[in-house]
Design a protein around this ligand. Structure first.
Ligand code: PSU
Ligand code: MN
Length: 305
């Protein structure tokens, strides 16, 4: 066990007994949503996983320890302190560990910590990817690089619609990362069920997904898997409606010279405002749906003989 890990007893037990565990990130709590919806969503997501017979493991950094499995109080602290908590991607982990800092983990760093702990399934909202205008800004999320390295299946509602999704899929192909439509041929666009782009592969149930994970890692193909799970139809925001708002928010980010790790939280907050909260409601529901699917995949994975 890595000496920087601090795993909750319930999570250790579940891992040792080969029971399903689902990792969850904390950047979505601290920076993806505002209080109190962020705390409510984090608790709801953990409950969904428990109802499916799984154990949730929300991941964050506390005083330099890589914590796997947060208490209710720790989740609430992250939710309340939001913006003042550093957003830690993989590159930030050595600094936070060495200087015994606190922080919220992104998809990239959560994947890495989950893999260190032996957790194979992770539910998020939407992974980071290639930003629009990346040809000039070079802004490509570290989530993609991590996908090439950590053996974790990430259940995500496609990728955030604020991104250049076609380039994100290209990049994942280059990195050798399977992108699997879960019950769909289309690559989902976070708020919308389809981006107009196709997923390179499709599976229709948790058992096939579990077998695919097993096949990948038994083949010695290191790295993650993108489980692209569309938002439930009743909560989707049509692409024609959300796309102009996204374009406006992206232009505002550029005008206000927002860069680096601040880009994603800025865009999500602008969209929540521009849609009078509908994008937030959609975000909450897609995260819950991803947690449900992740719990089922985690269960199917531990049941493989
Ligand atoms: N998905 C959401 N909300 C979020 C994020 C994802 O629904 O806030 C976060 C994740 O932590 C993801 C990060 O890893 O945004 C990507 O940020 P960046 O583009 O700076 O790498
Ligand atoms: Mn970035």
């Amino acid at each position: 066990m890595n000496r920087f890990l601090n795993i909750a007893p319930e999570v250790i037990e579940a891992i040792q007994e080969n029971r399903p565990v689902v990792a969850l990130e904390s950047t979505i709590i601290a920076h993806g949503m505002a209080f109190p919806q962020n705390a409510e969503t984090a608790f709801a997501v953990e409950k969904i996983i428990r109802n499916e017979g799984g154990v949730p493991a929300t991941i964050a950094v506390r005083a330099g320890k890589l914590k796997v499995g947060l208490s209710q109080t720790e989740i609430e602290t992250l939710a309340r302190n939001g913006a003042s908590i550093p957003k830690l991607s993989t590159r930030d982990l050595p600094h936070a560990v060495a200087l015994e800092r606190d922080g919220a983990t992104t998809v990239a760093s959560t994947m890495r910590i989950a893999a260190l702990a032996g957790i194979r399934v992770f539910a998020t909202g939407g992974i980071g990817g290639v930003h629009r205008g990346a040809a000039e800004t070079f802004d490509i999320s570290a989530d993609l690089g991590e996908m090439a390295q950590s053996n974790v299946a990430v259940v995500t509602a496609g990728a955030k619609a604020i991104l250049d999704l076609a380039l994100t899929i290209e990049r994942l192909e280059t990195l050798g990362v399977p992108v699997i439509g879960y019950g769909t041929d289309d690559f989902p666009a976070f708020y919308s069920r389809s981006s107009g782009l196709k997923c390179p592969m499709r599976v229709d149930d948790a058992q096939d997904m579990a077998r695919l994970m097993r096949a990948k890692w038994d083949l010695g193909l290191a790295g993650g898997i993108v489980v692209a799970n569309p938002i439930p139809a009743e909560y989707e925001i049509a692409a024609y409606e959300i796309t102009p708002l996204i374009e406006k928010a992206v232009a505002e980010a550029r005008d206000e010279k927002i860069d680096g790790r601040d880009v994603t939280p800025f865009l999500l907050a602008r969209l929540a405002r521009a849609t009078a909260g509908r994008s937030l409601a959609a975000n909450i529901e897609l995260v819950k749906n991803n947690a449900l699917v992740a719990a089922r995949i985690a269960k199917a994975y531990v049941e493989i003989p």
